[in-house]
Design a protein around this ligand. Structure first.
Ligand code: SF4
Length: 281
């Protein structure tokens, strides 16, 4: 257990967490919405520091990143917990539960990458924002060792925390879940504007690719998706977009996404963006 970064003290041993836009006010003895940051006697602790639920060697294209270090493998590590609550979560066994974990220090993770001749480390599987302290410590060591670092994220992080981490991150894949604020709230307990801001900031400092999972009866809406494509093109037509297929999971049981619809939307997206890929079909 390690003291958390990005929090302030409030009255009566309460603390306020500033890591993500939820800005949880956490009472003594309680946890924030993500379930992995706990207030003990007025000090905020991260509960999942170094606790890895998954360690794999993956092709970098699986992250997905198609325009960064193509053809290489990456050491992929994930912990547990999430700061969103997507009803259709495709990874809920680690985002919503506390699975079996193995402690690996940042030094051990970097050594593992080097020993396996891997040129990069990816923070992925669950949301890296909420194992921020371990990501930061590992990424700093990785940079010193000449490795690249990758974050696969929902983008729901405060500007302050993200900008502090970015000098140690080379590439980011950001989930843009929907382009409708109400849908973000209702299906994911999130918020569209902070995620848009994360994409804008990331694009100035790192290689960025965006993923949108097209979910049946949630965002499989041509008009909404067209607005999303257009908005991404205002950042840069060369921004890489992945359109991905949803499968029923967690609390959401609508049928899997119609594959033909995804391909049709990919064609539409290509009217706005130079690089569009279909995934998970
Ligand atoms: S990181 Fe967790 S505790 Fe902090 S504001 Fe977000 S949900 Fe709340």
């Amino acid at each position: 257990m390690k003291e958390a970064l990005f929090y302030s003290k409030a009255d009566n041993l309460d603390v306020k967490c500033h890591l993500c836009p939820h800005q949880c006010l956490i009472k003594q003895g309680h946890k924030g919405l993500c379930g992995v940051r706990e207030n003990r006697e007025g000090i905020l602790y991260t509960l999942n520091y170094g606790k890895l639920s998954a360690i794999h060697i993956d092709p970098i294209e699986k992250k997905p990143l198609h325009h960064f270090m193509s053809g290489t493998n990456t050491l992929s590590v994930g912990s547990y917990g999430c700061n969103l609550n997507c009803q259709y979560c495709q990874n809920y066994s680690i985002s919503k539960k506390c699975p079996y974990t193995l402690y690996k220090s940042p030094e051990e993770v970097v050594t593992m990458a080097i020993d396996n001749h891997l040129p990069s480390i990816s923070f992925t599987y669950n949301e890296p924002t909420i194992f921020y302290e371990a990501v930061l410590d590992t990424a700093k060591l990785a940079k010193k060792a000449g490795l690249k670092t990758i974050m696969v994220t929902n983008g729901f992080i405060t500007n302050e925390a993200f900008e502090y981490l970015l000098p140690y991150i080379d590439a980011v894949n950001i989930d843009l879940k929907t382009f409708n604020q109400q849908t973000y709230k209702k299906f994911c307990y999130g918020d569209l504007e902070p995620v848009k801001e994360t994409i804008r900031i990331a694009y100035k400092h790192a290689h960025v690719e965006v993923t949108t999972l097209i979910v049946t009866d949630m965002n499989d809406n041509e008009e909404e998706l067209t607005r999303l494509f257009h908005w991404l093109s205002t950042i840069d037509k060369k921004l890489v977009l992945h359109l991905s297929k949803y499968y029923p999971n967690y609390n959401y049981h609508a049928p899997q996404t119609d594959t033909q619809f995804i391909y049709r939307m990919a064609e539409k997206a290509k009217q706005y963006l130079d690089y569009v890929y279909v995934g998970n079909v």
